[in-house]
Design a binder for this molecule. Structure first.
Ligand code: ADP
Length: 377
């Protein structure tokens, strides 16, 4: 009884569906001293799929998708490999009179099952069925909300573009005196309108990029792209911005590494990082881009460093979240979306991103991408 109470407690404190499933399966195996255990849930296709298991090969588990019918017990014994005499118990998970899953264990030693074994497993199933359903609904709800938010974001970003362009266009028309004379004072106001309009357009562009990077997914067939070329491209694009702030930009490409990636996406990532490097570095600072290739592990690393303001240690993870800015009062314009977009794009290329930084000294954003060997000619 004590150990059963522990199961309830452990499940109550679990924070994700996977954790609840893992606890239920592990505790069931422990209580019955079983060497194999499996927990299955009825999924949207109406079939039982394995969601947690102990002592069963991954390939078997992944292939298993069976309807809930009379022949299930036989197929389950096949999955658990329990043809020899021993103990095999399977009990349903039931919520509001509906079977939502199945919990089964096999014990190869210590003889056949007793009624107590069945009772214990039923007790674990009864205790965990409802928390599992709650966790499952919670995940579904979160997913649906995220998708709705992303769709709303994409629509908004898309619909903002035309009116913003109209504001910019008409303001320019007036400034150019195409609809009548303009006083010096009015011209000043018009310039401010246009500057804000351009700022809004840049934000709109970021929102659209984020929505696209979330909904587009990886390119169907990614081309072979030479990293060095894209690094040099992106750096030349950013140079004007850096020159205006009298910052030096050094590029070191020590590799002819190739990655399977859309060059436009990689360029977008690097421009974003370089633009941040310039934005968050004072006048006369230094920006460095170094691309190296670890041929032994087929990994290419691109590091964008600056001698800027740096990022406090407790914010190094957070800045990759949407709308998070390390210093909310920062003078530098931005919406806190650039790094989120970068991380999404890098993940689509099969890579990862991280940052090292020291406040007042500078930051280095590191992109690691899996490389491909050049095609034999
Ligand atoms: P934005 O620049 O629009 O605010 P980002 O997602 O690109 O959005 O960056 C998020 C935050 O991370 C920035 O607001 C800034 O606080 C911090 N950050 C990003 N790059 C740097 C950098 N090179 N140096 C210092 N801080 C940085």
């Amino acid at each position: 009884m004590e150990r059963l109470t522990d199961v309830s407690r452990a499940v109550t404190y679990a924070t994700s569906l996977d954790e609840v499933l893992r606890i239920a399966t592990e505790r069931a195996a422990e209580l019955l001293e079983a060497d194999k255990a499996v927990l299955m849930l009825v999924e949207a296709d109406g079939m039982l799929h394995v969601r947690a298991s102990i002592g069963i090969g991954d390939d078997l588990v992944q292939r298993f998708a069976e309807p809930l019918d009379e022949s299930l017990a036989g197929r389950l014994q096949g999955l658990l490999g329990s043809h020899d005499p021993g103990c095999f118990v399977a009990v349903p998970l039931v919520v509001r009179g509906q079977v939502t899953g199945l919990l089964a264990v096999v014990r190869s030693s210590a003889g056949v099952c007793s009624e107590i074994d069945e009772w214990l497993l039923s007790a674990v199933a009864d205790q965990t069925a409802a928390p599992i359903e709650i966790a499952r609904l919670d995940e579904e709800l979160r997913r649906a909300l995220r998708q709705a938010k992303e769709r709303a974001l994409a629509t908004l970003a898309h619909d903002l573009r035309s009116p913003l362009q109209a504001i910019e266009g008409y303001a320019q028309l007036v400034e150019d005196e195409l609809v009548g004379p303009v006083t010096a004072e009015q011209r000043g106001a018009l310039q401010r309108i246009r500057m804000s309009g351009r700022h809004l357009l840049a934000l709109q562009q970021s929102l659209l990029q984020l929505a696209q990077s979330r909904t587009e997914g990886p390119s169907a067939v990614a081309p072979r792209t030479t990293v060095g070329d894209v690094v040099r491209d992106a750096t030349s694009i950013i140079r004007t911005e850096a020159d205006a702030r009298r910052q030096s930009v050094a590029v070191e490409v020590a590799s002819d590494a190739m990655v399977l990636a859309d060059p436009d996406k990689l360029r977008r990532v690097l421009i974003n990082l370089l633009s941040n490097a310039s934005k968050y570095t004072a006048m006369d600072g230094r920006i460095t881009v170094v691309a190296t290739h670890d041929e032994a592990h087929d990994v290419c690393t691109i590091a964008v460093s600056d001698t800027g303001v740096g990022i406090p240690p407790d914010q190094l993870d957070e800045i990759f979240e949407p709308y998070v800015r390390a210093d909310a009062e920062a003078e530098a314009p931005g919406l806190g979306l650039g790094l989120t977009i970068c991380r999404d794009l890098v993940a689509q290329m099969g890579g990862r991103m991280r940052v090292e930084s020291e406040v007042g000294v500078g930051s280095t954003f590191i992109v690691e991408l899996p490389t491909v060997r050049a095609e034999p000619t």
